[in-house]
Design a protein around this ligand. Structure first.
Ligand code: HEM
Length: 149
């Protein structure tokens, strides 16, 4: 719905509050994904520089990256649930759905990267797309919240 005025009484005002809280949670989740994606770049870099002390063949140097990666995916799923409840304007919805799609292909690209390194490279480059989209979602959700004040 795009800013439709709902009579502030009974059930409709409760629904409006629930949607507003959900939109706030979309905003918070998007900032979390934004921060965690930076963390993914840092943990991937750490994994590379720590290869000698913790060989990548044992994957221990990338354990933090894998754990934080799946935690980021988990936050992305939460963001989608909040988005469904908030059902905000299209300007928030499309970047959020695109962000989620980009996040879903991350583990797939990494797995395929073992046989096709170009796809592994796309896994790394995708981090920047994730960061840009998370920023867009967070800012637009924030703007939608201020419009509803
Ligand atoms: C938004 C950013 C990123 C996310 C959400 C993400 C997520 C993930 C996930 C979930 C895995 C584990 C996949 C699996 O076990 O099947 C993984 C593995 C991996 N990622 Fe990322 N990643 C991101 C950015 C990067 C970047 C920037 C690099 C840079 C080189 C990178 C390099 C790797 C590598 C080498 C592995 C394999 C680790 C292993 O041997 O198990 N990732 N990533």
């Amino acid at each position: 719905m795009t800013g439709t005025t709902i009579a502030p009484s009974g059930l409709s005002s409760t629904l409006a509050t629930v949607r507003r809280i959900s939109l706030r949670l979309v905003n918070v989740s998007a900032w979390l994904v934004f921060a965690m994606a930076w963390g993914q770049i840092a943990t991937a870099g750490y994994g590379l520089f720590a290869i000698e002390s913790m060989p990548m063949t044992e994957a221990s140097s990338l354990d933090a990256h894998r754990t934080l990666g799946y935690a980021t995916e988990f936050v992305g799923v939460g963001m989608m649930v909040f988005l469904l409840v908030a059902w905000p304007r299209w300007s928030v919805t499309w970047p959020a759905v695109t962000l989620f799609a980009v996040m879903l292909v991350q583990p797939v690209l990494q797995r395929l990267g073992d046989t096709a390194p170009i796809l592994g490279a796309m896994h790394a480059a995708n981090a920047l797309v994730t960061i840009a989209l998370a920023f867009l979602v967070a800012r637009r959700a924030q703007r939608a919240l201020s419009c509803r004040d």
